[in-house]
Design a binder for this molecule. Sequence first.
Ligand code: AMP
Ligand code: MG
Length: 503
Amino acid sequence: MHSLPAPAFRFDNTYARELSALAVPWKPAAAAAPRLLYLNRELAGTLGLDADALSGAAGASLFAGNVLPEGAEPIAQAYAGHQFGGFSPQLGDGRALLLGEVLDRDGERRDIAFKGSGRTPFSRGGDGRAAVGPMLREAIIGEAMHGLGIPTTRALAVAATGDEVARETLLPGAVLTRVAASHLRVGTFQYFASRGEHDKLRQLAEYAIARHDPDLVGTPERYLSLLARVTQRQASLIAKWMNAGFIHGVMNTDNMTISGETIDYGPCAFMEAYDPEAVFSSIDHGGRYAYRNQPGIAQWNLARLAEALLPLVVEDRGESAADDVVAEATAVIQSFAGLYPAALLEGQRAKLGLQASAAHDADDAALANDWLELLHKHAVDFTLGWRRLADAAEGKEVFLQALFPDPQAPSEWLARWRVRCAADGIADETRARRMRLASPWIIARNHRVEEALAAASTGDDLGPFERLMAALRDPFTESAGNEAYARPAAAAVTANYRTFCGT
Ligand code: AMP
Ligand code: MG
């Protein structure tokens, strides 16, 4: 019997083909001794790949960059970006390459890209490399976000290269293979806008519209419509981050996608005890990207996208319309101030077990705020606080009370909440069940992530990483044996926790 050839990537590389002037063809660096550390079998399946065929030596060579899959046309994409508020006109794929695009099982176009695959013309002073720890970290957080239902880029694979990467110490090198709805960023638009290359900017805008908002193709005012769509997607995304206690940590404009997916897991973290001021990144001294600042920063980044798109709209409407165009773009950016709170409240209502009701909008927002203040005041774990509220919905308050230093602390608030719940007329069990689908039991807790990375990068032991990944796959179900992943770290551990950019 003959075995069929392993189904391979079915590439269809529109970016390389249609936007060749916006990227540089480039090749990944050779890896000394490729070894596959992680293969996302489920994601491989949705991409139509044969995971078994990719799990051996062939997969290691492929995912370390030594053997290019057939049909790949690797390119380094150009982009710029505001980093911590300052504009860098030329960033680009300094250690990444887009291999191409494939249509997944649902017919969605997905970018396949390497991260850590060596120097490119955009590397500036960098070595183009990545280390095992940060790449496994990106894989973990991406799967955690996916498990929570938050739009995200995901790791298809992580391969160790066998090369050493010089950081503060020598670290084992790795390449991550990333799957994304696209790698178009706010910074991609800024790159061509800042160079005054309006033809390329227009090409890029048309490409983004065809790819992410095809219903807008050929419509009048489509660049402002694109801005409005990105604004909607980001308002929805940031609300999901906030309701999961997620802190991205480096919301530079080059790390904000047009697709609305979360991208670039460097110094990110999930918070433990609720604290709106929470910052984990070691380089975020001013707290620019603190938890509570994320919506404001998203809006600020969107304003940078608006500035990048404006020249196209003015070109089309004529200089005399410039003031109108600015006013219209400003209105789109200001719409974030309505879209974001609405998205946040929608998520909070699900977590509170409440039905949407215009009559209750203001009260429900206040109820959610007061709940968060209660968690803050008593330094309650954000994830477990919400989760145990579902038990309280069924009359089992002891588990929630146990999270507070004084078990009576939430009583007054709970009484208010119960009155509001009664207005919905839903059975307690139904409410509790719905709440458990909105508030996870398991998040990627920092001490668990660090433990997994330490075992993998210093001891070559992937066991803790694999067990953590398995626990993150189904974060909404309380299953025996996973308690250790649900438990918060000691407060002292969290207080001193710092994350570093994965460079
Ligand atoms: P990031 O902080 O990962 O979003 O990266 C910001 C910019 O720095 C991007 O242009 C990256 O390509 C570039 N970069 C980060 N690390 C490296 C590295 N080790 N070598 C070259 N470029 C890098
Ligand atoms: Mg980045």
